[in-house]
Ligand binder design. Structure first.
Ligand code: HEM
Ligand SMILES: *[C@@H]1O[C@H](CO)[C@@H](O)[C@H](O)[C@H]1NC(C)=O
Ligand SMILES: *[C@@H]1O[C@H](CO)[C@@H](O)[C@H](O)[C@H]1NC(C)=O
Ligand SMILES: *[C@@H]1O[C@H](CO)[C@@H](O)[C@H](O)[C@H]1NC(C)=O
Ligand SMILES: *[C@@H]1O[C@H](CO)[C@@H](O)[C@H](O)[C@H]1NC(C)=O
Ligand SMILES: *[C@@H]1O[C@H](CO)[C@@H](O)[C@H](O)[C@H]1NC(C)=O
Ligand SMILES: *[C@@H]1O[C@H](CO)[C@@H](O)[C@H](O)[C@H]1NC(C)=O
Ligand SMILES: *[C@@H]1O[C@H](CO)[C@@H](O)[C@H](O)[C@H]1NC(C)=O
Ligand SMILES: *[C@@H]1O[C@H](CO)[C@@H](O)[C@H](O)[C@H]1NC(C)=O
Length: 520
């Protein structure tokens, strides 16, 4: 499905703040940011993964049983953030957005299809680059953008770490009393008016379902096109707007929804909250611009509520120019080449027919200017259009450390590198090939391959990234380099694997196992 284009006032020249080469769990932060950017920006066509398509249009539902369930993926994704993060304990520095919710789907406080629907859809984009909790954060931002919010309202950061077990319980339910509810939100960092606002923001989207709350929702809500009997909190459950607020205050439409009007007063959790400050917060939110600004700011805090050990990256912004699938290769005589794709994201400024690039060495010696092949891939994005040009050229080696085009640079490590074009993967095996300067192998010793593999884990749909390390064997020399092979390495799964090689304290750049040759 082609999303509607939302022209930005301007598409700024977007670049990462420099110097972000620090690592997290052995992965460069910049690589994590670029992976998040990819999933956010590459929506349709070449190199797309379809993530944003799940919530485009906002009414869409990608769960197993099809479109007649009375469910909406965007609302599920927003509720997932709330249920995962509200059990944080800020004082203790624990919990928050950490995907622990995946282990908690059978708790009464987490009734519904939303957790496993969400994690199942997001599983293919979980890798060493992007945790499930980072996927969940992106899911909220994408949902709000597709449901009538903006693409820029909530800065998106990367670096969350997934929990490996369930966290504490405590998500408020319809019957939870006001004091307990406020205490739970306070522990997670939200005061009373923020709690009221956040709840109204959340309940701008989606439904309460008869299948989950038969005491609150009338059975008449169930039909063949609404199998779970979903009833919106307001007349526009697929619009991120303040109608839930104005219907509540104005006594119109759904009056704020069934958690305001439930037949049994003990189920009126939203009413108890909204009146708890004499409607002052709700009055403020009745101005649409205030609602949007407040919701964005509170949602941002909620996705950035993380365990104290987690450091989040700088915000990710769509990149006008980007290098994709960069990889090195080596010939039998030791000539090293770099290949990949250059992506341009454009809206107003038409792309060129080809792109010029060069490489440079540690001594700032620049190669002759090179030119890409003709464009080979085209896509669409909520930010405009994408176009991809392939390139491949030999580099001066050893000593090249940078690929440069259109004012941006990518680091190259031509001392130790994986050879994706010579590595292979099957359903459950890898043969990893790599090259290293012979002079380095003499001083640094053994070459080790590392595969970061998403593996199934008990009790959650979300996978856990485990690393498999393997000692690699030298099998040939090529010019200044020695070539290494891992032999056949069995792994639980070969999708979304990230690989690197280590020589003593030195590491290659990481590459996606999806770039390896298939089958052997
Ligand atoms: C006291 C606080 C809250 C209570 C008791 C509460 C309760 C509920 C209940 C009972 C449902 C119906 C679920 C279903 O049947 O599928 C629901 C739906 C929802 N809630 Fe809340 N909620 C609260 C706060 C929040 C907050 C803070 C957010 C977001 C920040 C939020 C986001 C949502 C969303 C998006 C839905 C729709 C889910 C869907 O359509 O699948 N809620 N909530
Ligand atoms: C809650 O925090 C907001 C800032 O987000 C502040 O303006 C407000 O005064 C606080 N309210 C209470 C009840 O502490
Ligand atoms: C449920 O809905 C039906 C049909 O709209 C209505 O007749 C009935 O009174 C409702 N029941 C309750 C408890 O609201
Ligand atoms: C708050 O608003 C609700 C819904 O309009 C209304 O029923 C209630 O009386 C108001 N309460 C106060 C204290 O203003
Ligand atoms: C209302 O809900 C409370 C708490 O769940 C329950 O104890 C009570 O029996 C309910 N009342 C009716 C009339 O169903
Ligand atoms: C790039 O070109 C070189 C030389 O033609 C070739 O050996 C290498 O395999 C190519 N790289 C890729 C990834 O295809
Ligand atoms: C969600 O999936 C997990 C892992 O397979 C399972 O243990 C759990 O029971 C499922 N939860 C629901 C509500 O279906
Ligand atoms: C592999 O995982 C172990 C245990 O989680 C960790 O200590 C180690 O640093 C990881 N190795 C690499 C190369 O990332
Ligand atoms: C080997 O490295 C030297 C510089 O260290 C370079 O001059 C030479 O061209 C390289 N050999 C090959 C085959 O690339």
């Amino acid at each position: 499905m082609i999303p509607s284009f939302r022209p930005l006032g301007l598409l700024p020249l977007l670049m990462f703040s420099t110097g972000s080469f620090s690592q997290l769990n052995g992965i460069d932060i910049r690589d994590k940011m670029e992976e998040m950017e990819h999933i956010w920006v590459d929506n349709n066509g070449a190199n797309a993964d379809g993530f944003v398509g799940a919530v485009s249009p906002c009414t869409n539902y990608v769960g197993r049983n099809g479109p007649n369930e009375g469910e909406q993926s965007s609302a599920q994704w927003v509720r997932t953030v709330f249920h995962d993060s509200v059990t944080a304990n800020l004082a203790a520095g624990t919990g928050g957005l950490d995907a622990s919710l995946g282990f908690e789907s059978d708790r009464p406080e987490n009734l519904g299809l939303f957790i496993n629907d969400t994690l199942r859809f997001m599983s293919p984009t979980v890798s060493a680059y992007l945790s499930m909790s980072d996927n969940i954060a992106l899911g909220l931002v994408a949902s709000l953008a597709e449901c009538g919010g903006t693409t820029t309202g909530i800065p998106l950061r990367v670096g969350r770490i997934d929990a490996e077990e369930a966290g504490p319980a405590g998500v408020p339910m319809p019957t939870t009393d006001l004091e307990t509810t406020l205490a739970q939100f306070a522990a997670a960092g939200f005061n009373q008016s923020e709690t009221i606002a956040l709840t109204a923001c959340g309940h701008s989207l989606g439904r309460i379902h008869y299948s989950n709350f038969p005491d609150i929702v009338n059975a008449s809500a169930v039909s063949t096109t609404n199998v779970n009997g979903g009833v919106g909190f307001d007349a526009t459950p697929a619009d991120f707007d303040n109608l839930v607020v104005t219907e509540y205050l104005g006594g119109t439409g759904s009056l704020g929804g069934l958690l305001v009007t439930a037949g049994n007063a003990s189920d009126r959790s939203d009413f108890r909250l909204y009146v708890s400050d004499n409607n002052v917060t709700m009055q403020a939110l009745s101005v649409e611009a205030t609602f949007q600004a407040q919701c964005n700011s509170l949602f941002e805090r909620m996705i950035n509520t993380v365990p104290s050990a987690v450091t989040l990256s700088d915000p990710i912004t769509p990149m006008t120019w980007k290098g994709v699938n960069l990889m090195l290769d080596i010939s039998s005589t030791g000539a090293v080449s770099i290949s990949g794709l250059i992506r341009n994201l454009y809206y107003y400024v038409a792309p060129p027919t080809v792109v010029y690039y060069d490489t440079s060495t540690t001594d700032n010696v620049y190669s002759a200017v090179q030119v890409t092949a003709a464009a080979s891939g085209f896509g669409t994005s909520i930010f405009g259009y994408t176009i991809y040009w392939p390139f491949n050229n030999t580099i001066a080696s050893p000593g090249t450390n940078s690929l440069n085009f259109e004012g941006i640079s990518y680091p190259i490590n031509d001392e130790i590198f994986i050879l994706p074009a010579q590595s292979t993967s099957s359903r459950s095996n890898f043969v990893l090939k790599a090259a290293a300067l012979t002079s380095l192998t003499e001083s640094l010793g053994t070459m080790t391959g590392v595969l970061y593999v998403p593996e199934r884990q008990q009790g959650t749909v979300s996978s856990k990234i485990t690393n498999t390390t393997v000692e690699m064997t030298a099998y040939a020399t090529a010019g200044n380099y020695t070539l290494f092979s891992s032999g056949s390495v069995a792994v639980a799964n070969t999708r979304s694997v990230v690989a690197k090689v280590l020589l003593g304290d030195s590491a290659s750049r990481t590459v996606k196992g999806d770039l390896f040759q298939r089958g052997f």
